[in-house]
Design a protein around this ligand. Sequence first.
Ligand code: ADP
Ligand code: MG
Length: 615
Amino acid sequence: MPIHLLSEEVAARIAAGEVVERPASVVKELVENSLDAGATRVEVETRGGGRDLIRVRDNGVGIPAAEVEMAFRRHATSKLETAIDLETIATLGFRGEALASIASVSRITCLTRHTTEDTGTRLRIEGGEVVAHATVGRPSGAELLIEDLFYNVPARRKFLQTERTERNHIDAFLTRYAIAYPHIAFSLVHDGREILATSGNGNAQEALLNVYGMDLGTSLLEIPCGDDTHAAVDDIQVCGFVGPTSVHRANRGYITLFINGRWVQDLRLSYAIIQAYHTLLPVKRYPIAFVSVTLPAEDVDVNVHPAKTEVRFRDGDAVFRAVQRTVRATVIDEAPVASAWEPPTPTSTEDNASADGKPSAMTTRARLAALTPSARQITLPQAETHTEAAPRNGASLSPSSIPGTPTTSSDNVLRPETAQSASSATLPPLRVIGQAATMFIIAEGPEGIYLIDQHAAHERVLYERLITVWMQGQLAVQPLLKPESVTLPVTEAAYLEELLPALHTLGMEVESFGPGTFLVRSLPALLANLSPGDLLTDIATSDEESPIHTALEEMIVRRICKRAAVKAGQVLSREEMERLVRDLERTTNPRTCPHGRPTIVQIGVEQLIRQFGRS
Ligand code: ADP
Ligand code: MG
């Protein structure tokens, strides 16, 4: 094929691919246009997850009649004139690409009237071709209606995910903007149902509650804009909301960044926020943060990618430092971590915390250790009467005798050559010795010492129990004395909504009760002591990737079990430990928790003998 210029149509289609990836990108471009047009009210409506219809209506300045067709041409914009302007962009749009791109892959109708004109315009474009242009009467502002997105790009349409996923992307986008722009009244309606409505009264806190729900919303700490204590460094101002150290999530998806009013994704700045929580959150847990950075327009380049969700900084390190320091200061200020770990006995030998009270990885661990009654747990109360399977030397155990215990009993009990349990799925009979680090149960068995993760083991036990009674249709349901209302953040609420039928089959009667709010009427009797709020939050927080529908109940049961199981840090009585180990032995899959992690780790007698140099 000789080299030739691509036709306008093909070029437009290629360009459109970069701007319009999915329905949420259409919503993003249109809402950004509304904001640039000075709107104070922006209404978004979708059908079919945005495939069938997306409508964005605003009360901004509108487009002059003479310019409406022009607005849909590629590289047509009212926001930029010279190349120099590119260095100080103050609007969200500037490339003049969005409307042209959207128009080339959908059927689009634009209704608009400029504030200075008496009549408005109705323009319809299908696949980039103008098919109707009329003069109409309408209020000032603009309304863009996008139908049949990607109708002429079957490949793209095929790649779209479920309606729910596409809706989630839209929700995630709009809720962020609702928080970042509290002066603007946003509303969002999917398939006739209102998902979000903010008042636009300028109160960010209120928008926050709307988006995150009452419980989470009120727990967030504010980084006030223009606060002296967190003074802007190098013209870089950081404000927003961050979670206290007690609130964390399994992934980074709850970190939101705005740069000069624009939502961006920036790995480095996300990392700055994660860094700010260093040693303050459990490992592999991530903070919730909504951080907005303002800096001079000439210090940030927004012209990096057609979708405008990435930026470059003139001085990236300075921005990193500003974000990290401000967030850290807020978190430490408002939630003094050190006091939470105050050791009960400052003279404890294990406690080497420095006197200045500054938390560090080392002192926190030492304080934790001082609080952990693990040594006490290992001691068996002499007077205790227990019906134990192997009572031979149980009564003679004391902390000083522990190191010898496994070897002495190995003389009597252990026959490694006859034991086959290591390879089989079932567990050998185990004798509980004690608890360590309030996290593990130490037990002894035919092949050495076994450490059982109390949480993982309990998860396994609960999981099999629940699944069994559920599959046999014998699930006992316990109505709550008083129905409990639970409010969830928008995206979680939308997800939970879809799980309601599945929850019902699992004995959880939950009903929708206004936007984001649910009423819990019953729980499975097995779990009647759990907090419905915690349970619903866990279930609706999707850290398991899009479960296929048939496995939905199992996925829910896994999450329920995770919440219901004893936690690390919980002191277990001897009876509780023994019951748990017996229950674990009886499961069909005792060696892994429902999420696939090991429940039990074994240290072989031979390994111990070798390590003690006895061989
Ligand atoms: P850009 O936003 O980069 O300028 P777009 O293709 O998104 O490019 O929009 C083209 C032009 O159409 C804008 O520059 C603006 O003048 C006009 N426009 C688009 N949407 C609106 C709106 N909701 N209200 C007023 N004018 C709009
Ligand atoms: Mg635009």
